[in-house]
Every structure is written in structure tokens, then in C-alpha cells.
Design a protein around this ligand. Structure first.
Ligand SMILES: [Ca+2]
Length: 443
């Protein structure tokens, strides 16, 4: 009996991140995904890439079946707090469509919807087995936000802005004095309160490295106390990799960080800048993390050009990238529309609206197959990656009983048949197409 109880306790004590290693995360910029309520389209200008485009929580909820059908098991959505004023930039009027320029952390921006809409989204997502990660900002408020008038002593502005990562005013935004107890109370209560009331499963934490570690330690204590042990914390640390993950993982202030190096190496491999041997060395060593913490690989995010744009629209190479993404350790992250060939160039053109006419349907079908394999083949999620061959424009990697081969040349190559009995993806192994990818199983 005691033994059974101990086993049960061990199961209950499993960290949140252990489950998250198996998730497929779909990233949605709320304003750019789906417009479910035209009545809240204040200031919408579809011709201006810097303006609001009308997407909202209702639209996202209505499209959850699309995300479930793709095979994603979690969504990460951009912040939904009430936003501050627009600003004028060289490119035109810049509205806070992205959600990172908050005015009021205690209110939802009506352009995204209401708190009830967020709650309804979470319920509908959970009904489909999809978890919800909400993006929250603790580092700054929007330009000319209300607190610049009502609580100026809570903010660093102008001459007060420091020169280090913690006290700098990122992009000139008013920097929250997160070292102050009253500021901490206000912002922790706001974000954690919203999470309590809406039942979300975790936070994506913006600008992690711009806030002092002891704030994040307090944050972990409060999220554990009020939201439970399983509440997942995924931090954005620019250039994130296993080295930058070390401090927050050792301090256990985060469950995971985004792996920025993954995108960088995949892009270099597929554009011929990095040879397969060097890539294989990186790929087999990228995932050395403390305990059950995770590094989340991705191909593109909203702060960089889409990978497809960097590969001049070559969708064969994007298929190779997706094959690597689904073969990589850590929960893969897919940006909205990337699966159907969204190819936004540099900012501000990298945040296009989701194409609900389907985009590149054949590509999306292949991505679905790769996602389904990731979910059905346990070896594609668990265990280390090893190199079988990496030279002469050919890369062959193995995870458990699954082998992935990529042809990096522009001529067909035969791949040794002994690599596996069953072809899971990618056609004829005796004639692996230029920029082709193939997955085998041994059983
Ligand atoms: Ca709308």
C-alpha cells in the first residue's frame, strides 16, 4: 500500500515540462489569424502591415478545428491586454496590433474580444485536447500608456533609462520598475489573476532577460501557489540555446525557453552555408538541459522573416526544415500559416494574415503527415539523436528506430536501403529527390 502511495506521489510530482516535451505548439498572432467579430474592428486597415487587421479571440476559437486537424496539441497566442496608443514611424501609423504595448494589464483589448471570449477559447481548446499558452509582458508598458501619467514612479523613462539589459528602455518603451514591491504586486496579480479566471495552461514570457532573476523567482512561487505545479512557463530569451537556458533552468524559474539556434542552423544548412557534418554536430548536441526542462525549436517567429522567405520560396527545402523540426528534441513550435507556405519577408511584412483559402495545400498535407508521425512514433519524441552519415550533401540522422535522410544536393541520390524497412515519409529511397527528405522505421 505504502509502495503504491509512493508511486502515486511520484506520478503527481512529475514536473509540468515532462508533458510539454510531447506537445506540438501552434503560434498565433491573434490580430492576424481570424476575424470572428467585425463589430470590434476599430482602426482596421488591411493595406497597412502595421495596423490592426481585425483578428480576435472569437475568430481563433472558430478556427480551433483547423489547428486540431493539423495535429497541434497546444497554442501560443500573443498578448490580449488593453493596448496603448499608436505611434508614427517612417513606415506609417504603427498600431499595437501585436499586443506587446499594454495600457491596462487588468483589461482585455476589445479589438481582441472579452475575458469571456478568452475563457470560451480555453474551454473549446481543452475540449479538443489543446492546451493554451498566453503571452504576457512584465517588462514594459506601451508608449504613452496611462501609467506614464497615473503612476510615473513605477516606470523608468527618458534619462532614467539604464544601459544594461534590466534597466534599459527596450525600443524606448516605458520600463516597469519590477524591483519595486508595489509594481510586482500589481503586474503579478493582473496576469496571474487572468490565468486563474480563464483556466489557461501556461505563459509565454516576453523579454525574459530584461527583468531581474529574483522577480522571476517570485513569479515562479506565485504561479505555483495560485495556478498549480503544472502551470507551464516558456520564456523568450533572444538567441536562446542550451547555454542561455542554464541559469533559469538551474534556478527553476522557467520550464522551457525557445531554441533560437535551431532556426539559425537549419537556415544555414539548407542554404548551403553550413555543411552537413557541422550541422550534425550541432543537432546531436543541441539538447543538453537540466532535468525535465525543455528547449522549444522553431523555424520562424513574428520578429524575423519567415524561413521560407530566406530560402527564396523553395518549398522542398521547407519540407526538409519541417522534417528536421519534427525530428528534433523538444516541443516544436509552428508559426501561423507556416505549414501552408506563408513566406513573409522582413518586418513589417512578416506578419501576414492567415490565408483561409488554404495556401499551399500540398505542403500543408505533408506537414500534417510529419506532425502525425511525431505523435505516433514515440522514437521521434524520446531519446537522443545520433549521426549515421553527414558528408557529400547527404545528412542521415537516427532517433531510436527512426532514421531521417536529407538530400542537400540538386541531383537525386540513392539512400542505403538497410536504413529501415518501412518508409514513413518521402517516397522512393533508391532515388531521394533533390532537396528531398525521407523517414524510415526499422520495425
Ligand atoms: Ca474583429
Amino acid at each position: 500500500m505504502l509502495r503504491r502511495l509512493l508511486c502515486l506521489l511520484l506520478v503527481l510530482a512529475t514536473p509540468a515540462s515532462a508533458d510539454w516535451r510531447d506537445e506540438i505548439i501552434y503560434f498565433v498572432m491573434v490580430d492576424r489569424f481570424a476575424d470572428g467579430d467585425p463589430s470590434n474592428n476599430e482602426g482596421v486597415d488591411l493595406d497597412n502591415p502595421l495596423a490592426f487587421h481585425g483578428g480576435d479571440l472569437k475568430g481563433l476559437t472558430e478556427r480551433l478545428d483547423y489547428i486540431a486537424d493539423l495535429g497541434a496539441t497546444a497554442i501560443w497566442l500573443t498578448p490580449v491586454n488593453q493596448q496603448g496608443p499608436s505611434i508614427e514611424v517612417a513606415e506609417g501609423t504603427f498600431q499595437p496590433h501585436h499586443g506587446y504595448w499594454a495600457d491596462d494589464f487588468n483589461a482585455i483589448d476589445p479589438r481582441y474580444g472579452t475575458e469571456d471570449d478568452l475563457r470560451a477559447l480555453v474551454v473549446a481548446a481543452h475540449e479538443r485536447g489543446i492546451k493554451v499558452l498566453l503571452d504576457v509582458v512584465y517588462n514594459h508598458v506601451g508608449y504613452d500608456a496611462s501609467w506614464t501619467v497615473t503612476h510615473p514612479n513605477w516606470l523608468r523613462q527618458g534619462a532614467e533609462c539604464g544601459g544594461d539589459a534590466i534597466t534599459m528602455c527596450l525600443s524606448g518603451l516605458p520600463d516597469l520598475k519590477t524591483e519595486r514591491f508595489d509594481v510586482r504586486s500589481a503586474i503579478l496579480d493582473a496576469h496571474i489573476g487572468l490565468a486563474e479566471r480563464t483556466g489557461i495552461d501556461g505563459f509565454r514570457l516576453d523579454t525574459y532577460k530584461h527583468i531581474e532573476p529574483d522577480f522571476w523567482a517570485a513569479h515562479r512561487v506565485f504561479t505555483r501557489l495560485r495556478l498549480g505545479e503544472d502551470f507551464f512557463l516558456l520564456g523568450e530569451i533572444w538567441d536562446g540555446d542550451k547555454y542561455l537556458a542554464k541559469a533559469p533552468f538551474e534556478a527553476d524559474t522557467l520550464d522551457g525557453i525557445f531554441d533560437f539556434t535551431f532556426r539559425d542552423h537549419v537556415q544555414k544548412l539548407l542554404t548551403g552555408i553550413e555543411d552537413p557534418e557541422r550541422f550534425a554536430r550541432y543537432f546531436t548536441n543541441r539538447y543538453e538541459v537540466e532535468g525535465d526542462h525543455v528547449l522549444a525549436p522553431f523555424l520562424s517567429n513574428h520578429d524575423m522573416p519567415m524561413l521560407l522567405a530566406m530560402m527564396r520560396g523553395d518549398t522542398a527545402k521547407l519540407r526538409q526544415a519541417f522534417a528536421l523540426l519534427m525530428f528534433a528534441e523538444g516541443p516544436p513550435v509552428i508559426s501561423w500559416g507556416e505549414e501552408q507556405g506563408r513566406r513573409g519577408k522582413a518586418w513589417p511584412l512578416n506578419r501576414e494574415d492567415m490565408d483561409w483559402t488554404g495556401g499551399d495545400v500540398a505542403l500543408a498535407e505533408d506537414v500534417k503527415v510529419l506532425i502525425a508521425l511525431r505523435r505516433s512514433e514515440a522514437d521521434m519524441r524520446g531519446g537522443a539523436v545520433e549521426t549515421i552519415y553527414a558528408a557529400n550533401d547527404l545528412l542521415i540522422l537516427r532517433r531510436g528506430a527512426i532514421t531521417l535522410a536529407l538530400n542537400l544536393s540538386d541531383t537525386p541520390v540513392p539512400v542505403v536501403q538497410g536504413l529501415g524497412k518501412r518508409v514513413l515519409y518521402g517516397g522512393d529511397p533508391m532515388k531521394l529527390a533533390p532537396s528531398g527528405a525521407i523517414l524510415f522505421a526499422h520495425d
